[in-house]
Design a binder for this molecule. Structure first.
Ligand SMILES: [Zn+2]
Length: 393
């Protein structure tokens, strides 16, 4: 992303969350009554009001709270159609067999590129309006060489971080011959897709991709120069989390079912546990044990998992509220996980915090403190979003 030229002064910040404890109060390094200047996309200055340098543009925070822009490090935004009937039936407790992911795969394959582009862009704008300034998104509803490749092209137009997920499920036409599908994913599909992605991901779960197939896919991704992420331990305990750690993945995502060895492996590693409580909310499933992870010293990220089947939300504030209410994270922990945690999950240094040298990504909240994000769930508290010093909206 090319940063805009020029400078922006954000003045009258009542409370600034820097996410750098050494800079201010508490775990989030909070500063009070400050101004902040972004120059050519990067935070250049933070200091007391009335001492701030001149700038080309000015934004008045009017005494409200300013937080780093949200980093949504796990979404699936490139798809066609929706699965509202499936959701409605699930909420009513009745069976409704729409084919799950396969239904979205069929709709995505038959959608023209323009339709995919428009729908993904709409979701990205929705996320941005709710404070997301960095977005990761994946392929995974194409499952042919051509369709995965064109889904990644769409992903690249709406998200900074693009992930190849040809190994989302075994493509319907390969059912019963999984090994052949793995050969396609690690061969021609990866060949076509690797240049369009930064990351390679696999859904490692019993009945989807087992440990051997998952390892083969991740190794092929590494060999093609991609970083790794893993959909791990979502539906049951399994090898996903420990495989992610062993392979040096940036993130193990979901982590809903963990045993002690999984937690120990994460705690001793650079692999972030990315929790996606929107999925548990939308499927009425038990939530991941965030407290155990945090208390063991694991780095936790929060993301939306936005997808048409199991978590059709783009709202990071909603995910923060869920994390606090349902996973017993403190409001500070949840905000940190939704910003700095996401940055760690994407191995990015310049986002997720507000300190000189950070990218100028910030959200002015219609609230005096960040705890209001969880305290006032469902209320539109995002007043203004700034990405790289540019006021959006
Ligand atoms: Zn996912």
């Amino acid at each position: 992303m090319r940063p805009p030229r020029g400078s922006l002064l954000v003045r009258g910040i009542g409370l600034l969350v820097t996410n750098r404890p050494e800079l201010g109060e508490g775990a989030l390094g909070v500063l009070r009554d400050v101004d902040l200047v972004v120059e050519d996309g990067t935070v250049a200055w933070i200091g007391g009001a009335r001492t701030s340098p001149a700038a080309d543009e000015m934004l008045d925070a009017a005494g409200r709270c300013v937080v780093p822009g949200f980093v949504d490090s796990h979404t699936h935004l490139v798809f066609a159609g929706d699965r509202v009937e499936e959701f409605t039936a699930r909420m009513a407790g009745t069976r409704y067999d729409t084919g799950g992911i396969s239904a979205t795969v069929a709709a995505t394959r038959s959608a023209p590129q323009g339709v995919l582009m428009e729908s993904a862009a709409k979701l990205a704008r929705e996320a941005e309006a709710q404070g997301t300034t960095t977005l990761e998104t994946k392929s995974g509803y194409g499952l042919t060489v051509a369709d995965e490749s064109r889904c990644l092209e769409v992903a690249g137009t709406i998200a900074e971080e693009v992930t190849f997920l040809g190994a989302h499920v075994v493509a319907p036409e390969y059912r019963g011959s999984e090994q052949e599908y793995v050969a396609l994913v690690t061969g021609p599909m990866l060949e076509a897709c690797a240049p369009k992605a930064r990351w390679c991901d696999v859904f490692c779960e019993e009945g989807v991709f087992g440990p051997d197939a998952a390892r083969e896919i991740l190794q092929a991704g590494l060999d093609h120069g991609l970083g790794l992420r893993v959909h791990a331990n979502q539906l049951s305990c399994g090898p996903g989390v420990q495989l992610a750690v062993e392979m040096g993945a940036a993130s193990a995502d979901h982590c809903t079912h963990l045993d002690g060895a999984d937690v120990d492996a994460l705690a001793g590693s650079d692999t972030v546990a990315t929790l996606l409580p929107g999925a548990e909310f939308s499927t009425r499933s038990p939530y991941p044990d965030a407290r155990r992870l945090l208390d063991s010293g694991v780095t936790v990220a929060l993301a939306t998992d936005c997808n048409p089947g199991t978590s059709y939300t783009t709202s990071m504030p909603f995910v923060i509220a869920l994390a606090v209410r349902e996973m017993h994270m403190t409001p500070d922990e949840a905000l940190f996980a939704a910003t700095a945690g996401g940055a760690r999950a994407l191995r990015r240094e310049e986002i997720g915090a507000l300190t000189p040298g950070s990218r100028g990504d910030l959200v002015v909240l219609n609230a005096p403190t960040a705890a209001h994000l969880a305290y006032r769930p469902g209320v539109a508290l995002v007043a203004t979003v700034v990405r790289a010093g540019r006021v959006l909206g």
